[in-house]
Design a protein around this ligand. Structure first.
Ligand SMILES: [Zn+2]
Length: 372
């Protein structure tokens, strides 16, 4: 009796093991198909010329998303929030369609769709509902009313431009730059150095002490909320922080190419307050590639969706074109000098088809590519 029972248990266990193995195989298969569907052509398009300055980062060979598709909704809906609401007629349908088809140039470079910016827009609208829902459209219409825009509930370039200006003005560095000034760099001896496990690929990472402490508090919260896990230890590690302006200027002169004047002549990374963190990387791309496929992979990740909603609590603001670039606002940048007084070698902007800044940013961002 007991032997029979034991044998039965053993068989059940074997069966369970077999079932588990099949499930693992099935999941692995699904993941493979998912990746294949996301990048059906295999070879992603070449990086456009506006990519970040730190080009030496090895591209990913395997895409390990922090979560793809995201476990939506990331932040649970408030108890009384459903994703249905009274919205302008047709707005939700229009947003759902344009999300992946809108033809526009939100940062002076042609793009298709606005999925890359949807997490940040959702945070701006204080809704966890998806871009194709009536709740999202209703929240957008309300936001438009507050900005004296037409209350269409539809995301369009004019609406986005107003949001973008607000996001830019939230970055002290950008505001200083817009006045034609460039903050001075702090003394290297005054900076703190990140721990090995906080740095991506063993790089030496230095930040102003307050910025590094705030970063640590933020990572701890992200870990608590389950968006930083042992599954991918690269998530939120820092791959670039303080960059010595003298080295930037030397490289600029040597290469005779600053790829956009303010970026290299006066980079936000000179302040010791800016950092580039690993969010995600699509196959063939580094974590700093601004290729749209790569930025879409970042926008889909739980960690980016968490960051746009939570990083502000720790004093961090994002340059929205680059999901990886964050600036700490807990202390002001150091007083600066006129950008025109800095070495200009190699600063002749290349004409690579990038358009002028958007009308909403005229005078605020004088260069074709925004400050990094
Ligand atoms: Zn950066």
């Amino acid at each position: 009796m007991s032997r029979k029972w034991r044998r039965g248990t053993k068989e059940r266990r074997r069966g369970r093991r077999l079932g588990l193995a099949l499930l693992v195989l099935l999941l692995a298969g699904c993941a493979g198909v998912g990746v294949w569907l996301a990048w059906p052509t295999g070879a992603p398009p070449a990086d456009p010329p506006t990519g970040d300055e730190t080009a030496a980062i090895e591209p990913a060979t395997q895409y390990v998303p922090s979560n793809d598709p995201p476990s939506a909704p990331l932040s649970p809906l408030p108890p009384d929030e459903t994703c249905e609401a009274a919205a302008p007629i047709g707005a939700a349908e229009s947003n759902a369609a344009s999300l992946n088809t809108l033809s526009w140039a939100p940062f002076g470079r042609a793009e298709t769709g606005w999925a890359i910016y949807a997490p940040r827009i959702g945070a701006e609208l204080a809704t966890a509902c998806g871009p194709g829902t009536t709740r999202f459209a209703a929240a957008l219409a309300r936001w438009q009313a507050g900005q004296r825009l037409a209350q269409t509930g539809v995301l369009d370039q004019a609406t986005f431009d107003v949001m973008k200006t607000r996001w830019t003005l939230a970055r002290p560095f950008a505001a200083i730059n817009a006045r034609g000034e460039c903050p001075n760099a702090p003394a290297v001896a005054s900076l703190s150095t990140a721990r090995t496990e906080e740095a991506y690929g063993g790089k030496t990472i230095q930040l102003r002490p307050g910025a590094l402490e705030a970063y640590r508090r933020m990572v701890e919260a992200a870990r608590k909320d389950g968006v930083v896990t042992d599954r991918d230890p690269r998530v939120l590690t820092i791959f670039s922080a303080f960059r010595d302006p003298a080295a930037d200027a030397a490289r600029c002169a040597r290469d005779n190419n600053c790829q956009g004047v303010t970026r290299t002549i006066c980079s936000a990374h000179r302040t010791g307050l800016a950092m580039d963190v690993y969010i995600a990387a699509a196959p063939g791309h580094g974590p700093d590639s601004s290729a749209d496929d790569n930025r879409r992979a970042m926008a889909r990740s739980d960690v980016y969706r968490w960051m746009v909603r939570n990083a502000g609590r720790f004093g961090f603001v994002n340059y929205v074109f680059e999901p990886w670039h964050w600036e700490w606002t807990g202390e002001p940048p150091l007083p600066g000098v006129p950008i025109s007084s800095l070495p200009q070698e190699g600063s002749q902007p290349l004409d690579q088809g990038a358009a002028a800044p958007q009308p909403g940013l005229k005078g605020l961002l004088p260069r074709k590519n925004e400050v990094r």
